[in-house]
Design a protein around this ligand. Structure first.
Ligand code: GDD
Length: 409
């Protein structure tokens, strides 16, 4: 049997995702019309002999309850949310729930970060992992040398694929091969994490009984029950024939900012062409709106037949789109109203917001730039004919004059 664990983190980690993380936990923010965490969960469906999926995090249990029960029914597979009372780190969280995870006596455990967007080639990783015969195999990808330092950089043996060297977000360039945050382990991972705790205790005792200044300062900063997968496990075990790499040639992105969620929504919409074409809208401008490229429209949304939607648009529940509206490169969240002839480009429109007639909400569409996309928080009102360009607008604001390149608090 195999189990999958998805690390969802908690509220304190979502700060870069503001203002979209005020009311919705980041893992439930919709990308291509599905909660972020839904994409790795659906990828798990393709794992042979999958017994359970666990989400581990420190959000309140009630925030995930509804989603977890509906997805369990849909997949006909138990999905459980396990809440940590406080953050234990990416490996510490896994270890904290080791008894529950091992209940089904799995031979393999997938471990996935929830804030990455990729094709999750899990069955291929499982095959590769069995061939390598180590304790763990991690998904890796080549990125540009300039962007590599935001991630864990690593060196792998070109013939055996063994992980030879690993450094988390190094200051000086090591390699353009990076850690994708998707792993498969044998249950030996728990012993490896246990060893980190034992070493910590040893060092804490050493500190207690030592008067040497050097020993004291070298050991002081380590929190006892916080274990990070990258620094505490991957780095020390590199080059010991226990960890291997599997390189993906598909798409991969990390979702830390609202701008990147637009980019990832686009990537998942494109993937739907191959995996779930029935989720993509079609229309010809007669009975339904004109649809261009990849578009998701929730069945409860009402879109006027004279509107033109796409490419790369996802429209959530109960949205109303008026006559002559033009939408491209955007995410429209639940209960938004867009009135006649408004235009939205490269933007995210927050829950319950309202865009007036002939209004224009737009940005250049540079996903990595701070103001490269326009983000409206919850319940923002843009009045008739107002133009909003490259702005971040916090919840409950009313815009009655044009604004450009501003953060509106
Ligand atoms: N449950 C739980 N508890 N989850 C946690 C905790 C914790 O205490 N700490 C982090 N996580 C989750 C986050 O939500 C995220 O899904 C994942 O664990 C990794 O988060 P971080 O440890 O903050 O690392 P990161 O996202 O900055 O970087 C990691 O992922 C990159 C790929 O996206 C590193 O592993 C990088 O090397 C890697 O490139």
């Amino acid at each position: 049997k195999v189990v999958a664990v998805i690390m969802v983190g908690g509220p304190t980690k979502g700060t870069r995702f503001r203002p979209l993380s005020f009311n919705t936990p980041k893992p439930l923010f919709p990308l291509a019309g599905q909660p972020m965490v839904h994409h790795p969960i659906s990828a798990c469906k393709r794992i042979p002999n999958l017994a359970q999926i666990y989400l581990i995090g420190f959000y309140e249990e009630r925030e995930f309850a509804l989603y977890v029960s509906s997805i369990s029914n849909e997949l006909k597979l138990p999905v459980r949310y396990l809440k940590e009372e406080k953050p234990h780190g990416s490996a510490g969280g896994l270890y904290y729930y080791r008894d529950i995870i091992m209940e089904d006596s799995p031979s393999h455990i997938f471990l996935l970060n929830c804030d990455v967007c990729c094709s999750f080639p899990l069955p291929l990783m499982l095959d590769a992992h069995k061939r390598y015969g180590g304790m763990g195999t991690m998904l890796v990808i080549k990125v540009s040398a300039e962007s590599a330092s935001q991630f864990g950089e690593l060196v792998a043996d070109p013939t055996t694929n063994e992980l030879l060297h690993y450094t988390e977000k190094p200051e000086t360039f090591v390699s353009d091969l990076i850690n994708c945050g998707v792993y498969i382990f044998t249950p030996d991972i728990f012993a490896a994490i246990h060893d980190v705790y034992i070493n910590r205790e040893g060092r804490a005792n050493l500190r207690r009984y030592s008067s040497f200044e050097a020993i004291q300062s070298a050991t002081r900063t380590i929190p006892v029950d916080f274990v990070r997968l990258d620094q505490d496990i991957l780095s020390p075990l590199a080059g010991k024939k226990q960890l291997y790499t599997y390189e993906t040639m598909d798409f991969w992105e990390q979702i830390k900012t609202p701008g990147m969620s637009l980019k990832c929504s686009e990537l998942y919409l494109a993937q739907f062409r191959y995996t779930s074409p029935d989720l993509l809208a079609s229309g010809d401008g007669k009975k339904n709106a004109t649809i261009v490229g990849n578009v998701y429209i929730h069945p409860s949304a009402k879109v006027h037949p004279s509107a033109k939607i796409g490419p790369n648009v996802s429209i959530s529940a109960n949205v109303r789109v008026g006559a002559g509206v033009r939408l491209s490169g955007c995410i429209i969240l639940d209960d938004v109203e867009i009135m006649e002839n408004a235009v939205v480009k490269n933007s995210i429109i927050g829950w319950k917001s309202s865009l007036g007639r002939w209004s224009l909400v737009q940005a250049e569409g540079d996903y990595n730039a701070r103001l490269g996309t326009t983000i409206l928080g919850e319940a923002v009102t843009v009045e008739d004919e107002v133009v909003v360009t490259s702005c971040i607008v916090l919840p409950n604001k009313t815009l009655n004059v044009g604004v450009q390149e501003e953060i509106i608090l």
